[in-house]
Design a protein around this ligand. Structure first.
Ligand SMILES: [Zn+2]
Length: 716
């Protein structure tokens, strides 16, 4: 063994605590040190299993600090190290880093599987729970409510992985899990292949009537990629396809009804016939999920999904969806009539016989006639520095915090990245640090993943010596960078996105829970986790908040009132159709996983069409095989969970409703309500049942009334 300063220093990737020194985390460091970390963690997990196994065999009592603390520490070391590698892979990608990340991913996943499926750990957790249930009040074996929830969630997750099964049942469970994983992958691949298999080459100017230049550029680029080396946006040829970036704008702008029909039919029938046929996969997946559910002791797969969610039962989800459906259906009918009338005014023959391929087109015509909102023209009113001021002062008002730029006080991964501290706003602890966050606002094509997200850098906890660890968040957006003297000018959607991610960040940063397994967003049920984020988006439509921050970056002029009104109108335009569409998807997903089984006398498609009679205002056409491309539930993680989108919107709208009720101009009451939101939703994280958290804030269980109102579904 060598000695000396160079070799005694702990490699950055193995440090496991504190703010990362990003520049030290190179691709070479990843391939050198992650295997070392994994070997350490594997060895420690084995040692822990041996210790716990011996204790279980001897029948001696177990304590939280013997079981849960070491497990948490193992998980945290992996989270810290792999978290920073994944973060850099998303924001500073390079071929070398991507390879290094990919080379280690399998080991990381398999460690997670091993810990999550360990029989010894499962028995140790069961013992902790039994001891708690049998212990007299006030004794050491009693767990506090947060500990109980952490333990129950851990046990449930392990049970759902089949750990509690034995012998043949376990073998069958594992075999079915394996088959389901393969079927999901095949389902997704067939959708992708079917999407790519279709193309339509347009060559005459008559075929591109109505299309905007940006779309023509995309279509010409696609044509060049397919062999038309000379294709241009002006002269063609133009290559159409079924991928969203080409499909959606074509359906919206093309004046050629015959082409819209052709494209629509190709889109809704993807992967529904040889050689790419997802029908048999759908029945097999649903059948296997039903069997898995019964092995785990549930009646159906929907119950398995709901076991880990805020929604209590299939009935509770059905009721929420029915509230929204009943409100949206008549509005969607009126919207369809309005589109028909619009087509009629334009003398279009389809006015008498509106079809699904006409909807996007006439909706766009009507939107432009009703309020021509040019989202690009609003950008000068939203320079990033002013938007940040507006966001931070809103948070100061609502949550009694102060946000201070502390650039230079922490290492960053790119010169554009900013670092901020969150301080207590007033009272005896005014000015005390609570948390911090990085903001990486601009897009960097080629090295930064698209989209926007909040991620955890450090989670609130206490070190072994009792010193607190303050939470730190990564906030990542992808807006246009500043050019010369012009600051980053944001679109209204980008402002909403920033507020949304900041909402996630607030829940992460303002948590008061000190057990990291339940701090911030940890342990928050999946259908409740979008509550703070969507809640913050609502403030973008609050007059005082929006007009307070939207000022022209050069002239300082406030956003004209009429533009604000257009933003509000755009929010609810075609709101009935949009809500109904989500309800149709959610209900189809839910009932396929709660009602359908191989002997039920119906095919999945027949069940879907039956649901469509009350959840669509234009019945699906014969060619419509939407289920064959419903990747969310057959290839992704949303099975019996698609409803979560609407569930979370109900919560966030209802939470904002509390502020509307006290009056958005009523400053003191707004501050009091904001403080209560901070002390409940933002503070308690996963330490309590989300229904209890919501009730602590709102004084009652969630109601769909506010969302129905915000979506413009109330008769006026
Ligand atoms: Zn979100």
């Amino acid at each position: 063994m060598t000695t000396g300063p160079a070799s005694t220093a702990i490699p950055e990737l193995l440090r496991g605590e504190g703010l990362p020194a990003f520049e030290a985390i190179t691709p070479e460091a990843v391939t050198a040190h992650i295997p070392e970390l994994m070997a350490q963690l594997e060895a420690e997990l084995t040692a822990l299993e041996q210790q716990l196994g011996a204790a279980l065999d001897s029948g001696s009592a177990l304590s939280w600090s013997q079981v849960m603390d070491p497990l948490q520490r193992l998980g945290e070391r992996l989270r810290w190290s792999w978290g920073v590698v994944s973060h850099l892979n998303g924001v500073c990608n390079s071929p070398e880093l991507r390879d290094a990340h990919a080379s280690q991913q399998a080991a990381v996943v398999s460690f997670g599987n091993r810990a999550g499926q360990s029989q010894v750990i499962f028995r140790a957790l069961e013992t902790l729970q039994r001891q708690h249930q049998e212990a007299a009040a006030g004794t050491a074996a009693q767990l506090d409510p947060t500990q109980q929830r952490i333990l129950a969630a851990e046990l449930r997750d392990m049970q759902l992985r089949g750990v509690g099964l034995g012998g043949e049942a376990q073998e069958a469970f594992n075999a079915a899990s394996q088959e389901l994983a393969e079927l999901s992958t095949r389902f997704g691949n067939q959708v992708l292949d079917a999407t790519n298999a279709f193309s339509l080459r347009l060559t005459s100017p008559g075929e591109i009537e109505g299309l905007p230049t940006s779309l023509l550029e995309q279509l010409a680029q696609a044509a060049r990629g397919a062999g038309d080396a000379e294709a241009t946006a002006e002269a063609g040829p133009w290559l159409l396809g079924l991928d969203m970036p080409r499909y959606a704008p074509f359906m919206k702008y093309s004046r050629r009804r015959d082409l819209r029909e052709q494209l629509y039919k190709a889109h809704v029938s993807r992967a529904s016939g040889a050689p790419l046929n997802n029908w048999p996969l759908i029945e097999r997946i649903l059948t296997l999920r039903g069997e898995q559910a019964r092995r785990l002791g549930y009646d159906n797969w929907a119950q398995v999904s709901l076991a880990a969610k805020m929604a209590d039962s299939v009935d509770a989800v059905e009721r929420l969806l029915e509230d929204l459906r009943a409100a949206a259906f008549p509005v969607a009918q009126q919207e369809l009539e309005a589109l028909r009338a619009c087509a009629d005014r334009h003398g279009a023959p389809e006015a008498e016989d509106l079809q699904p391929w006409d909807i996007s087109y006439w909706a766009e015509v009507l939107r432009q006639e009703s309020f021509d909102l040019d989202s690009e023209a609003l950008r000068p009113y939203f320079p990033l520095p002013r938007v940040l001021d507006g966001l931070f002062s809103l948070c100061g008002r609502l949550f009694d915090i102060r946000i201070k730029a502390t650039d230079g006080e922490a290492p960053v991964w790119h010169p554009d990245v900013r670092f901020f501290q969150v301080l207590e706003g007033s009272g005896a602890r005014a000015g005390e640090p609570i948390a911090a966050f990085y903001l990486d606002p601009y897009s960097r094509p080629g090295s930064k993943r698209g989209g926007a997200w909040m991620d955890e850098c450090l989670v609130r906890s206490r070190k072994a010596d009792g010193t607190p660890v303050l939470p730190v968040a990564y906030l990542v957006c992808n807006q246009s960078p500043p050019v010369a003297d012009t600051p980053s000018l944001m679109s209204f959607e980008e402002v909403e996105t920033l507020f949304h991610e900041f909402g996630h960040g607030l829940q992460h940063m303002l948590t008061t829970v000190e057990r990291p397994q339940a701090a911030g967003i940890n342990g928050v049920e999946w259908d409740a986790v979008e509550l703070p984020s969507q809640f913050m988006e609502n403030w973008c439509y609050d007059r005082a908040t929006l007009l307070g921050m939207a000022h022209h970056w050069q002239s300082g002029e406030p956003l004209p009132q009429q533009e604000f009104s257009k933003l509000q109108a755009a929010r609810t335009f075609m709101g009935g159709a949009a809500t109904l569409r989500q309800v149709h998807f959610a209900l189809t997903d839910l009932r396929l996983h709660s009602q359908w089984h191989p002997g039920c006398g119906q095919t999945p498609e027949q069940l879907r069409r039956q649901i469509a009679t009350t959840t669509t205002v234009l019945a699906p056409i014969d060619e419509d095989a939407f289920l064959c491309s419903f990747g969310h539930i057959f290839a992704g993680g949303y099975s019996a969970g698609y409803y979560s989108y609407k569930w979370a919107e109900v919560l966030s709208a209802d939470a904002f409703g509390a502020f509307e009720e006290v009056g958005l101009e009523n400053e003191q009451q707004i501050r009091d309500t904001g403080r209560r939101f901070r002390d409940t939703v933002l503070s308690l994280g996963g330490s309590l049942d989300p229904k209890a958290v919501f009730e602590a804030f709102r004084g009652r269980q969630p109601s769909t009334e506010a969302l129905i109102r915000h979506s413009g579904l109330v008769a006026v």
